[in-house]
Write a protein that binds this ligand. Structure first.
Ligand code: AMP
Length: 145
């Protein structure tokens, strides 16, 4: 039985597929669900908590506010309490695995695209997480976008 499931979302077109699988696992295991979104494409926001971004405080950074809104909307939809919604600045594979260890997560749910050519060489978030994860990983196979 899994007790604490961490769902990693990048809000790309296939997010719904991954969310659906995570919700199924949460229901089957009566597990607690946490959400994480890593900010990897904006400059580090001003924050008093290191790289963890508070979802409560408003900033004048429009991009950051957009990401907060998306994470909060998904959190509300899935009834995930605010203290289990994580918005963190950094590199997805590192921050996801660090958070999983800190929060005693026992299953990470993540999307995985079939890759070819250069993309295969560059690697994916899922394979990066797999190499460092402190727990089990469910890689949900995604269609090409
Ligand atoms: P990628 O390898 O970048 O195509 O991402 C595959 C999966 O990794 C996504 O479906 C998400 O589950 C997760 N992921 C990628 N980027 C992020 C991010 N910035 N924050 C949270 N999860 C992410």
């Amino acid at each position: 039985m899994y007790k604490h499931i961490l769902l990693a979302v990048d809000f790309s077109a296939n997010t719904e597929n991954i969310v659906a699988r995570a919700v199924k696992m949460v229901n089957q295991h009566s597990a607690k669900l946490s959400l994480v979104h890593i900010l990897d494409n904006i400059p580090m926001p001003d924050t008093s908590y290191g790289t963890i971004i508070s979802l409560g405080d408003e900033s004048d950074n429009a991009l950051l506010e957009q990401e907060k809104t998306k994470l909060n909307a998904l959190g509300e939809k899935l009834s995930v309490p605010e203290n289990q919604r994580w918005l963190i600045w950094g590199t997805p594979k590192d921050e996801i695995t660090t958070l999983a260890a800190q929060e005693s997560v026992d299953l990470i749910v993540i999307g995985s695209h079939a890759r070819h050519g250069l993309a295969l060489l560059l690697g994916s978030t899922a394979s990066g997480v797999l190499h460092h994860a402190p727990c089990d990983l469910l890689a949900v196979r995604l269609p090409h976008e």
